[in-house]
Ligand binder design. Structure first.
Ligand code: GFB
Length: 319
């Protein structure tokens, strides 16, 4: 990628897309193509085609997606499946037809089978049943991978796919119904501290293990792979380290300064028991994460604390 190349970041207002924009700008890329949903509805084939015809991007980061935590995924299966499939089909097909030089698709670690061996190697894709709480989203993301591989195989289109682990960072969704666990716990413990609550509730048993990557690290990897990787095989992007939800809750409580009790609500789902990526392929290509979990949570907490209180409840909420 040259600094003057035309780069379309699809989903530039989301957690991932906004971090990729920051990283591209930091590295001196000046010709970014950014469209809000109001300007270009990526689930509309015509709108996407018009955008590619008029803007003629050289490179595309496909970071636009309907995302949410375990509850949002379980409650809106049709939305998660339809919206993600529509965006993937429209953007990947238009990118190929309009001569894009390379497209990078952002997937998710939930594409792997629920009970696959850990750490999850890229070759475990499609070797077993998915985790039911997010199978709709996972099926859409698997379809995105397959579109990239199919367009590469049939048309020679240079499309690559990254599988990020659970992400967090500034710009995340802190709405308690639809968010992922890490921003939810930052908000719950911060509210608990401010209001002097005796107990804070954490969903599930606390035993599931998750791996967390700061979104600025993911953005760095995304730009690095766009420039240094060109193959059909998917690439995991993670830290190679995981933590139980109970330990994550303790860590966030101590960083926030909350000293009350932590209560587990076992009526809420645990989801998959463990999700830890094998990152040896990525390390062989030459990339490693830089932001440790504690440092990343501190920075995210700081960002959250500086939000105006009236925005704290709704920032990043997915509609
Ligand atoms: O982050 P999360 O919603 O998604 O939940 P997944 C991770 C774990 O944290 C689960 C527990 O065991 C939750 O029960 N948890 C505890 C909480 N307290 C909370 C809370 O207050 N809010 C939330 N949200 N969880 C997602 C998928 O799965 O992974 C998405 O739903 C996506 O599709 C993402 O792929 C990467 O890690 O279980």
């Amino acid at each position: 990628m040259k600094s003057t190349d035309r780069i379309f970041v699809a989903g530039h207002r989301g957690l991932v897309g906004s971090a990729i924009v920051r990283e591209l700008e930091r590295q001196g890329f000046t010709n970014l193509i950014l469209r809000t949903r109001q300007q270009t509805d990526l689930s509309s084939r015509d709108a996407v085609d018009r955008l590619f015809a008029s803007e003629k991007p050289d490179y595309v980061f496909l970071a636009a997606a309907k995302v949410g935590g375990i509850l949002a995924n379980s409650q809106h299966p049709a939305t998660f499946l339809y919206e993600n499939l529509a965006v993937e089909i429209n953007v990947i097909d238009s990118a190929w037809r309009h001569g894009v030089k390379k497209l990078e698709f952002l997937g998710s670690s939930c594409i792997y089978p629920k009970l696959a061996p850990q750490p999850l190697k890229e070759e475990y894709l499609l070797t077993g049943p998915l985790e039911p709480t997010n199978e709709w989203y996972a099926i859409a993301k698997i379809a995105g991978i397959k579109l990239c591989q199919a367009y590469r195989a049939q048309y020679g289109f240079p499309a690559i796919s990254l599988m990020p682990t659970n992400l967090y960072g500034p710009g995340d969704n802190f709405d308690l119904e639809s968010s992922h666990v890490l921003p939810a716990l930052i908000r719950k413990f911060e509210d608990g501290r401010r209001e002097g609550r005796e107990a804070v509730t954490v969903w599930g048993t606390g035993t599931p293990r998750r791996e967390f990557l700061h979104v600025d690290d993911l953005a760095h990897a995304a730009v690095f792979l766009m420039q240094n990787y060109d193959d059909a095989d998917i690439v995991n992007v993670g830290t190679g380290e995981d933590i139980t939800i109970a330990d994550l809750a303790q860590l966030i409580a101590s960083l926030v300064g909350y000293s009350g009790r932590v209560v587990f609500d076992t009526s809420k789902p645990d989801g998959t028991p463990q999700k830890l990526l094998d990152t040896s392929r990525l390390r062989r290509i030459g990339w490693q994460h830089r932001i440790g979990l504690e440092e990343g949570i501190r920075a995210t907490y700081q960002w959250f604390k500086e939000l105006p209180r009236e925005r704290a409840a709704t920032v990043g909420r997915v509609s």
